[in-house]
Design a protein around this ligand. Structure first.
Ligand code: PNW
Length: 474
C-alpha cells in the first residue's frame, strides 16, 4: 500500500551526486593541468591513508560503465562536476582552452542524455587549477579570481549549455573557505594549526570572493546564455540543522547563531542582500563588506536554494570557534544519550527530523525552491569490513529511510517546494582528507579491481523511488 502523501512533484529530479576530483582519476591525461587537490593530496600527512586522486574510481576511463550503472539504477538525473583544470589547464582568462577536456565532457553529457538521464552540473567542486593558486593566491585574490572564474564559466556555458539546463556555480563555499583557508585540512591547506596565512582573516575573504565569482558567472549566464539556452543556475550551500541543546535562552540563541555562521554567511547576502547582523558583531571589520555595487550583483543571484546536508547538531553557547559562530556542537543530549547513530565521520549522526526541520527553515527564510543536491551517510568502519558485510549497509539504509520519509513529509505536509534529491554518493570515492578510508557510496568500489557493486542502500533508494513514481503516474 502506497500512502497518498507519498507524492513527488511531477518533474522531481531523483538521482545521485559525485564530484570530478573524487572520482575521475587520470589526472595526467588528455592535457589536464594540475589542481590544488593534486598537490595537497600528494603532500605527506594531508590525507589519512596517504593516498591521492590519481586513480580514485577511474571514472574518466570507466565512464561508460558508470552511466550504464546509473541507468540500471533508473535515475532521472545525475549530479557531477567539471574539472576546471581539464577545460583550462592553467586556469586563467588568457590561458588556452583544452579541446580534449571539453570533448570528454561533451561525450559524457551526450551519453547521459541518450540514456534518459538529465545532467545536473557543478562548475566548481574544490579542484582549483594549481596555476591560479601559484600565480596570485587563488581564491584570496578578488580582482583576479572573479574574472578567471567568470571566463571559465562562460567557456562551459558555451560548450555545454545547449544540453545542460541545471547549473551549480559552487559547491559549499563554507567548506572551501573554512576547511581550505581557516582550518587548513583541505587544499590549499591555509590556516590553523600548521598552514600559512592569517587564519583570523583569510576564510572570511575567500568566502566573499567565492560569492562574487558565483554572482558574476550568474550575471553572464542570465544576460548572454539563458535567453537562448533557458536553464536555471544557482549555488549550493552546505549546512546542517541546529537544535538548541536545551531550552535555555542562551542555547536557543546559540542555535540561530550557528545557522548564521554556517548558512547565513552565504545565503543571507545572496537571498536577502546583507550579512547576518550577528556575524558583524562577532567579526567586526574582519568580515569584508560588500560594496553597493557588489551587493547588487549578489542579491538575487541564485534561481533556487541548493542544499547539501548530512546531520543535525545540538548547539550550546560558548567555545572559541569563530567558524561555528562561537557555538559548541555536540551530539550528546543533556541526559547523556546520543542524538542518533554515529557515522564513520565524527561530524555525522543520523537524525532525520532535522532534515525536515532544515527544509522548513530554509523555505520560510529564503522563500526559494530547494534542490537537495547532497545527503548521505558513511557507515562506521565500513572500510574494514569483509565485502558481503559491507554490502549489507544497514545504517545507511536506515539513514535513507529516515531522510526520504522526512523529504516526503516536508513536501506533502509542510508544503516545502523541493525539486530534487541527490544522495551522496553514487560511488564510494576519494573522501578528501580522509582519503579512501571513509566510504559514502551507495555503490561499493573495489579500488584494486575497480569493480562496482550496489550496496543495499543503492537498491533501497531505487525501490522507494519506484513507489513514489507509481503514485505520480496514477
Ligand atoms: C561534502 N563537514 O563535504 C562534499 O560536497 C562532498 O564532496 C563530500 O564528499 C561529502 O560532503 C561528504 O563529506 C563536506 O566537516 C565535508 O561538516 C565536510 C563537512 C561537510 C561536508
Amino acid at each position: 500500500m502506497v500512502e497518498s502523501n507519498n507524492k513527488l512533484p511531477k518533474d522531481f529530479l531523483w538521482g545521485f551526486a559525485t564530484a570530478s576530483f573524487q572520482i575521475e582519476g587520470s589526472t595526467n591525461v588528455d592535457g589536464r593541468g594540475p589542481s590544488i587537490w593534486d598537490e595537497f593530496s600528494r603532500t605527506p600527512g594531508k590525507t589519512l591513508d596517504g593516498k591521492d586522486g590519481d586513480h580514485a574510481t577511474e571514472s574518466y576511463r570507466l565512464w561508460r560503465e558508470d552511466i550504464a550503472l546509473l541507468k540500471q539504477y533508473g535515475v532521472k538525473s545525475y549530479r557531477f562536476s567539471l574539472s576546471w583544470s581539464r577545460i583550462i589547464p592553467l586556469g586563467g582568462r588568457e590561458d588556452p582552452v583544452n579541446e580534449k577536456g571539453i570533448q570528454w565532457y561533451k561525450d559524457f553529457i551526450d551519453e547521459l542524455i541518450k540514456n534518459g538521464i538529465i545532467p545536473f552540473v557543478t562548475l566548481y567542486h574544490w579542484d582549483l587549477p594549481q596555476g591560479l593558486h601559484d600565480r596570485y593566491g587563488g581564491w584570496l585574490n578578488k580582482a583576479e579570481i572573479v574574472k578567471d572564474y567568470e571566463r571559465y564559466a562562460r567557456v562551459c556555458f558555451e560548450a555545454f549549455g545547449d544540453k545542460v539546463k541545471y547549473w551549480l556555480t559552487m559547491n559549499e563555499p563554507w567548506c572551501i573557505s573554512v576547511l581550505g583557508y581557516g582550518r587548513g585540512v583541505f587544499a590549499p591547506g591555509h590556516g590553523k594549526p600548521n598552514g600559512p596565512g592569517d587564519a583570523s582573516r583569510e576564510a572570511w575573504i575567500v568566502g566573499q570572493n567565492v560569492v562574487l565569482a558565483h554572482a558574476s558567472a550568474v550575471k553572464a549566464y542570465r544576460e548572454e546564455y539563458k535567453p537562448t539556452q533557458g536553464g536555471v543556475i544557482g549555488i549550493t550551500l552546505n549546512g546542517d540543522w541546529q537544535m538548541p541543546w536545551d531550552d535555555t535562552p542562551e542555547n536557543i540563541a546559540a542555535a540561530q547563531h550557528a545557522l548564521d555562521f554556517a548558512i547565513g554567511w552565504f545565503a543571507d547576502p545572496i537571498y536577502l542582500g546583507h550579512y547576518p547582523p550577528y556575524m558583524r558583531e562577532v567579526l567586526g571589520d574582519r568580515l569584508p563588506e560588500y560594496s553597493d555595487e557588489e551587493i547588487k550583483l549578489v542579491k538575487g543571484s541564485s534561481d533556487f536554494y541548493g542544499m547539501n546536508t548530512y546531520t543535525t547538531n545540538l548547539a550550546r553557547a560558548g567555545g572559541d570557534d569563530e567558524f561555528q559562530g562561537l557555538v559548541d556542537y555536540t551530539f550528546t543530549r543533556p541526559d547523556g544519550t546520543q542524538l542518533g547513530t554515529q557515522a564513520h565521520c565524527a561530524w555525522l549522526q543520523d537524525y532525520p527530523d532535522g532534515f525536515r526541520d532544515l527544509l522548513s527553515y530554509l523555505y520560510k527564510r529564503y522563500k526559494m525552491p530547494i534542490y537537495v543536491t547532497e545527503n548521505g551517510f558513511a557507515v562506521k568502519d565500513e572500510n574494514d569490513m569483509p565485502v558481503d558485510q559491507l554490502l549489507a549497509d544497514k545504517d545507511r539504509v536506515r539513514y535513507y529511510e529516515g531522510t526520504t520519509r522526512a523529504l516526503l513529509a516536508a513536501i506533502n505536509e509542510d508544503g516545502v517546494d523541493v525539486r530534487s534529491y541527490f544522495p551522496w554518493s553514487f560511488l564510494d570515492n576519494f573522501e578528501w582528507a580522509d582519503g579512501y578510508t571513509t566510504r559514502f557510496g551507495v555503490t561499493y568500489v573495489n579500488y584494486e579491481t575497480q569493480e562496482r557493486i550496489p550496496k543495499d542502500s543503492g537498491k533501497f533508494l531505487v525501490k522507494v523511488r519506484r513507489q513514489y513514481d507509481s503514485v505520480n503516474s496514477r
